[in-house]
Design a protein around this ligand. Structure first.
Ligand code: NAP
Length: 457
């Protein structure tokens, strides 16, 4: 029997990964965000294929990068003037090897198949990292909720769910919120699902607490982000106490990341929306941000009306020029490029935690890692949201509700576990201290092993 050297195994693994990437690139040439997410994973998983050459024969990479199915549909709805509007809806059911498809719904004018596929692809590994039985999916529409009346939002959500309802179910596919989709939109979609089918609490998560939602779900992604970063800091003898924090965005993830960071003794000095950012050297007054963004659905600029000592700047990138110890990008994809990363590093940033999905470009991520900035990747850092969504599914199945404290305790434990798994896998597979690699490998192995066990499909 021929003995294969370690070097040969590495070459075989490397050429397999490169060949699969070339095929994916050809097949998805016009999907840059999806290709970016695939590339990020592929950069780190070569050692897995050295240890598990059988994955090559079983086409694990070819299968895991091709969604089980993509559903695309017309959403026709009537605006307040009586005019019919048409948007495009999507649901990507990526992989259900370890549980029903699970992932949010995004309403934003930039939504297209590439965006939904990148989000759905990352969701597979993020969900696996939580240790809970949930597969990966994502959905959305190019509908822009900005400037729409409450009635228009309701009619759109009802039209969207009328079609989506054919493909989802508590044991099939369980959507939740994301950008542009919060408790209000989930409520309208849930109502429509119930009208078309029957009352099935577990069909959506992020519901209102009065009708099957979980306490702590609203806070989960933001709190989870801070819990994860807290673990990274601890390892280096650092903490949030007394540190200066910059958070981008002022939506669901950003608001609760700010709340938890402040409660741990940090000073959050800046946050943003898609128009610009505010800088308050005395520390952001979160009640004002919550009222403007959650209550009035207004613009972050309005903050300075009440706090005239704070400054408002047009444009989003400038927020990263504010010196800080900890940067938490919590708005959207690719918001930190190489230039912003360089400025953050020059200003002495110690830790970056990706609250949003893929907020740092591949090059920016490499720069942070090369400069020994503690770096928490999105798949691990923002997994708290989907973890508590899975806890909502459990409570719905059991017909009971846990207290806020119980949910928060479970969330904290899950985030600590994700951190430990990422550290351990990074170490074991030759990337000590690299949590990007650790999280990728840990999530990937969980799904790959289950795919091997379930046979080719
Ligand atoms: P959200 O409540 O809709 O808030 C998004 C925030 O980001 C808003 O303040 C929005 O500003 C801002 N924003 C959007 N595009 C921007 C841009 N190009 N530049 C600067 N700011 C921009 O959404 P979210 O739920 O917080 O989601 C934020 C990120 O976290 C997304 O990447 C999402 O995929 C990820 N995530 C969310 C969850 C969750 O549970 N919600 C879980 C995991 C990951 P405007 O008000 O001007 O639109």
């Amino acid at each position: 029997m021929a003995i294969v050297s370690q070097n040969e195994k590495q070459l075989v693994a490397e050429s397999y990964i490169m060949n699969v990437y070339d095929q994916i690139k050809q097949r998805n040439a016009n999907q840059p965000e999806f290709l970016q997410a695939v590339k990020e994973l592929f950069k780190t998983i070569q050692p897995v294929f050295v240890q598990h050459p059988e994955y090559i024969k079983y086409g694990i990479l070819e299968r895991i990068t091709e969604p089980d199915r993509i559903i695309s549909f017309r959403v026709s709805w009537v605006d307040d003037r009586g005019k019919v509007q048409v948007n495009r809806g999507y649901r990507v059911q990526f992989n259900n090897t370890i549980g029903p498809y699970k992932g949010g719904i995004r309403f934003h004018p930039t939504v297209n198949e590439s965006i939904i596929k990148f989000l759905g692809f990352e969701q597979i590994f993020k969900n696996a990292l939580t240790g809970l039985p949930i597969g990966g999916g994502k959905g959305g529409s190019d509908f822009d909720p900005k400037g729409k009346s409450d009635q228009e939002i309701m009619r759109f959500c009802q039209a969207f769910m009328t079609e989506l309802s054919k493909y989802i179910g508590p044991d099939i596919d369980v959507p939740a919120g994301d950008i542009g989709v919060g408790a209000r939109e989930v409520g309208y979609m849930f109502g429509q699902y119930k009208r078309l089918n029957s009352y099935q609490a577990g069909v959506l998560t992020g519901k209102g607490v009065g009708y099957g939602g979980s306490l702590g779900r609203t806070e989960a992604t933001g709190y989870g982000t801070v819990y994860f970063v807290e673990e990274m800091l601890k390892e280096k003898g650092l903490s949030f106490e007394g540190s200066t924090v910059v958070v981008s965005g002022s939506g669901n993830v950003a608001i609760y990341a700010m709340e938890k960071a402040e409660s741990l003794g940090a000073k959050v000095v800046a946050c943003s929306d898609s128009n610009g950012y505010i800088y308050d050297p005395d520390g952001i007054k979160l009640e004002t941000v919550k009222r403007i963004k959650e209550g009035e659905r207004g613009r972050i600029k309005d903050y300075t009306n009440e706090h005239p000592h704070a400054e408002y700047f047009e444009g989003c990138n400038g927020i990263w020029s504010i010196p800080c110890d900890i940067a938490l990008p919590c708005a959207t994809q690719n918001e930190i490029d190489v230039e912003s990363a360089n400025i953050l590093i020059q200003n002495g940033v110690k830790a970056v935690g990706e609250g949003a999905n893929m907020p740092c470009s591949l090059e920016a991520t490499d720069l942070f890692l090369e400069n020994d900035v503690l770096f928490g990747p999105a798949k691990a850092v923002n997994a708290g949201g989907v973890a508590v969504s899975a806890l909502e599914m459990s409570q719905n199945s059991m017909r009971l509700s846990w207290t806020f404290e119980e949910v928060d305790e479970k969330l904290r434990e899950i985030m600590k576990n994700i951190y430990r798994k990422s550290v351990t896998c990074a170490e074991k597979y030759g990337y000590p201290g690299n949590l990007v690699a650790g999280a990728n490998i840990s999530g990937f192995l969980t799904v790959a092993e289950a795919m091997m066990a379930q046979g080719v499909y």
